[in-house]
Design a protein around this ligand. Structure first.
Ligand code: ADP
Ligand code: ZN
Ligand code: ZN
Length: 731
């Protein structure tokens, strides 16, 4: 008689909150992918356990159709982390595992590196002069192509460059001008580095603190203004880990905005960096993921979802700009990569460094209470001072197209000296309102509770919430008058105003509209860096990742928007944003100046900004959070619902609340359901319900029971709902 088959629990990609039992003739290790039939489909799932008994009769269990991996594709610690995340965020494990797997693995493709991916070791081509290769045209062309492809080229792309690419690549690799990542090449750190500058005392003690804790879970909060040398600290710590053969995972908010960072890592260590970002094709992404898993990539750099990249010999996690909101996924599996990373570090028993010029209040509180070690870099390197911050009292100044006279004078002074200015305005388009000056009608979006933004160059009214576009009305639909005008300013209008005020100035606008085409952003930034632009006007895209040493003036046009926002984090975000943009400007011999246009110059947030006093701001912001009962002093979860039927979402939330009240103990407060701040978006009516607790544990237990009860009660007809644990945005 054949041995009894094994009962295997499989997480399959489905919104159901459970795993499924299958039979297998052989034992299958957790982390192995399997193909199973699920309903009428075949799906790829991941083994999570083997059990003695199933809740289902054995003859109803189906066999595993195929096992796809000999060794677990997900290492045990990572699988545990995913289980923890599914539990913590009350999200189905099958979907959580999907998030962690590259597309090719989700499709059931083999987990092997294929193709050749090569990188030039110097992207700027400065240390290698292609002219030296005059007599080796294939090498020269390949090197030039690689030098202008920061993410490297695969075999097909190199074939396009030269039919003799393989031989050329071999020579270039031997010369150490190019590194590549092949099926069986194992790039090893060769000790050949570009030298680190002599560290200043703050950097030295930060590096010393972090490196004494290697091999243990130790969380650090590295606080230092932009340009204070945080990246240099990461690099020095990573250098020591490389020498020990350990891998580092570096998370950044957005790679397209930080190409300089990748270049800096590669130039320093002359090793390939596995970069995980959205522009990779599926095979490249799989290659990078596998290179990390197999220990071939000593440094793995990526955005949010890279937190789930397996590492064979993990040594360190770095979260750059840890306060950045993009670390929180805003739909589906709503995890915070920063928080998951801290949990991961604790499970892998490695240090984690959270770096920021403006740490989140959550992390700051952890540091103040001793859960994290606070490391401070108080000064900008190279003697550069902090810019002087001046408030322009808009109650007395009349702006012309958004620009006050003192700001225009300051720009003129920079133009006269050949220095650059940045104007920051968190609103794209020409004007946020298209209005009838006779009767007060404003153009609304038909599908959202929002006004349409005028985009003058495209001659369209556009909704920034649902993407709807329509022709610009010439006649008022309400009073039939023709006295329609734009009201307020967006980046497009300010750009036009600047052209009028400064006809000879070279102006670059940087926002999502002006940089939609691939390569345009890079080209614009290049012009700024090479001094081919005098004034930059843009949205918060400008606040991230770039240093502009020749910029000596930063103007903040509509700062007040954030002061009284609907979200309890509005002020925190505003402070972070202004600190970030101002930190990008100026250097030792050319100190910067920041001008903030405001109608509330007395606001304590601005006074803290004037003193560059992050801790002062954080002090009063934390006190306010404590008083009002918001994070980090309480824990929140938001149940969101939406439906095309008016009232359905609210009704659902009332029913969900009724289910909850019997289960919630005294430690959990459930507020009344309310319409979302913008109730209708893209034709759906949205509502939300806030759950709050001083203590994490009872909240967690309650949420687990509640989500199960909601799912069971099948209230959810016609309504899409989701639970957001630790919401980053309150709408
Ligand atoms: P951050 O990451 O805090 O913005 P960086 O590490 O990028 O700061 O440092 C800002 C600039 O100063 C970089 O050009 C860097 O090479 C340089 N730098 C950093 N530390 C030092 C140092 N100790 N001595 C000289 N230059 C330094
Ligand atoms: Zn009208
Ligand atoms: Zn809309």
């Amino acid at each position: 008689m054949a041995a009894a088959p094994h009962i295997i629990q499989v997480a399959v990609p489905t919104p159901l909150h459970r795993v499924f039992d299958y039979l297998s003739p052989v034992s299958l290790a957790p982390g192995v992918r399997v193909r199973v039939s699920f309903g009428r489909r075949e799906v790829v799932g991941v083994v999570v356990d083997e059990v003695e008994r199933s809740d289902f009769p054995r003859d109803r269990l189906k066999p595993v159709s195929q096992s796809l991996d000999t060794d677990p594709i997900l290492p045990p610690l990572l699988l545990d982390l995913l289980r923890w995340a599914a539990d913590y965020y009350h999200h189905p494990l099958g979907e959580v595992i999907q998030t962690a797997l590259p597309v090719r693995l989700r499709q059931g493709r083999p987990g092997v590196i294929s193709g050749v991916v090569a990188w030039a070791l110097t992207h700027d081509g400065r240390t290698v002069d292609p002219e030296m290769l005059k007599r080796a045209p294939a090498q020269k062309r390949l090197l030039q192509a690689l030098a202008s492809a920061p993410e490297g080229l695969d075999a097909n792309q190199m074939k396009q460059v030269s039919s003799r690419w393989a031989a050329a690549l071999k020579v270039l690799r031997a010369k150490e001008w190019v590194s590549s990542h092949m099926r069986d090449s194992q790039p090893v750190f060769d000790g050949n580095i570009q030298k680190s500058p002599e560290l200043n005392p703050g950097q030295k003690s930060a590096v010393a603190a972090i490196t004494t804790g290697l091999g243990q879970f130790r969380p650090y909060l590295l606080h230092g203004v932009t340009g204070s040398g945080k990246t240099e600290v990461y690099l020095n710590v990573i250098e020591q880990l490389l020498a020990q053969g350990k891998q580092t995972l570096v998370l950044v908010p957005e790679i397209s905005l930080t190409p300089q960072l990748v270049g800096r890592f590669e130039r320093r260590f002359r090793i390939p960096i596995a970069v995980l970002h959205s522009a990779l094709n599926d095979q490249e992404r799989l290659n990078a993921w596998l290179a990390a898993r197999e220990g071939k990539a000593p440094i793995v750099l990526g955005t949010r979802s890279a937190v789930f990249t397996p590492l064979k010999r993990p040594g360190l996690i770095v979260i750059d700009e840890e306060h950045d909101a993009s670390y929180k996924q805003q739909d589906g599996f709503r995890y915070s990569a920063r928080d998951v990373a801290v949990m991961r570090a604790s499970r892998e028993k490695i240090p984690i460094v959270l770096g920021s010029a403006t740490p989140s209040l959550e992390s700051l509180r952890n540091a103040r209470e001793g859960a994290y070690t606070l490391l401070e870099l108080p000064d900008r390197t190279g003697g550069a001072g902090m810019p002087e911050v001046r408030l322009l009292d808009m109650r007395r100044l009349k702006p012309s197209e958004g620009l006050s006279l003192p700001l225009r004078e300051a720009i003129a002074a920079r133009l006269a000296k050949g220095e650059q200015s940045i104007l920051f305005l968190n609103r794209r388009g020409f004007a946020p309102v298209w209005m009838c000056f006779d009767c007060g009608w404003v153009a609304p979006c038909r599908r959202c509770d929002a006004q349409l933004t005028l985009h003058q160059k495209r001659q369209k009214l556009m909704c920034h919430h649902c993407g709807a576009e329509q022709e610009t009305a010439r006649q008022c639909p309400s009073c039939h008058g023709e006295n329609l005008h734009p009201l307020g300013e967006g980046t497009e209008r300010v750009e036009g105003a600047l052209q009028k005020f400064f006809p000879t100035a070279r102006i670059e606008r940087i926002d999502r509209d002006s940089t939609a085409r691939r390569g345009v952003l890079e080209e614009k930034l290049r012009r700024v860096h090479e001094g081919e632009a005098d004034i930059l006007v843009g949205t918060q895209m400008l606040s991230k990742g770039h240093d502009f040493p020749n910029v000596t003036l930063v103007g903040i046009l509509n700062a007040d928007q954030g002061l009284y926002g609907t979200d309890f984090r509005s002020a925190e975000r505003l402070f972070q944003m202004i600190m970030q943009v101002s930190g990008r400007a100026g250097r030792a011999d050319k100190p910067g100046e920041v001008l903030i246009q405001t109608w509330h110059p007395e606001h304590p947030l601005f006074n803290a900004l004037q003193r560059h006093d992050f801790h002062g701001f954080a002090g009063f912001a934390l006190a306010e959070r404590r008083e009002t009962g918001y994070p980090p002093y309480t824990h929140l979860a938001l149940l969101r619902a939406e439906s095309p039927a008016p009232g359905a979402a609210l009704k659902f939330l009332h029913e969900a609340r009724a289910l909850a009240v019997s289960q919630a103990g005294k430690d959990v407060q459930i507020t009344a359901p309310v319409p979302a701040p913008m109730e209708r978006r893209a034709g759906r009516y949205r509502a939300q319900l806030l759950v709050q607790s001083d203590k994490r544990a009872p909240l967690h237990v309650f949420l687990g029971q509640w989500v199960a009860a909601i799912a069971d009660a099948s209230l959810a007809k016609k309504v899409r709902w989701s639970l957001d644990v630790d919401p980053a945005d309150m709408y």
